[in-house]
Design a protein around this ligand. Sequence first.
Ligand code: AMP
Length: 293
Amino acid sequence: MIVAESIEKVRAQVAEWKRAGLRVGLVPTMGYLHEGHASLVRASVARCDRTVASVFVNPTQFGPGEDLEAYPRDFERDCALLEANGCDMVFHPSPETMYAPGFATYVEILSDMPKRLCGKTRPIHFRGVCTVVTKLFNIVTPDMAFFGQKDAQQLAIIRRMTRDLSMPVEIVGCPIVREPDGLAKSSRNAYLKGPERTAARVLSRAVALGQQRVREGERDASALLAAMKALIEAEPLARIDYVEAVDGVTMEPVTELTDGVLVAMAVYVGTARLLDNFTVGDNTPVCAQDASD
Ligand code: AMP
């Protein structure tokens, strides 16, 4: 696997691949990789001739007081995981490489979409995400880019940005990869200490409850959200940021649970702010135990 720290090295290698007529896939990440990231790499390897992953903890998507400095990092282990899953090149730039002195140009969706859900507590987050993903698209010029459904609002926003700006990249969404007990894999799970790890199960249990109620015919969003919130509030180590039902494309709140509605949550457990979600109409079980309930 090629390790590139400069934009020039990525551009030269991708140009060579493109001259040979090869299709290039991109998997953007912030590192501290796990099986969720590995699934994106494998999806890219399956659909593209060459796969580039980026490992970059992007400062512009963190607000003041957030976990930019604390964010876990282990580049050596990341390289081993990427290589084992068939990645051809990892782009690992420094913050200075991505943001030269005087950097002042941002990509931002001006509708309410980035203000909903995570945007309420993280007002500049999606501006940073859109800006760094645009830069990565300009540097790597991928044919396809792979994102996880775990960050459902991010995926919807990237799809919108790509469409609005006619970016020549196909966006592929990939399913949530979970721990055996249902907890969605996340680099931030490393923040969970002692009993917090068990408490964090409450997110996927709320997802499983929501899916079950929908299967049983629940169509009223507020009734479903009340049941899910009650389950989470019964866990003393958990604190709800939001639990909401929104249109899966626009992120606008909905009252009725029709197919394609996104039921999404952010919940603090200790210092970790964890995400989970499901889409109405998709009954993928969160763990084997829930599937047999
Ligand atoms: P991150 O490194 O957290 O910025 O995530 C990089 C990419 O991996 C994003 O597209 C995430 O949605 C995706 N991802 C993170 N965790 C998971 C997971 N458990 N399952 C699937 N995709 C994931």
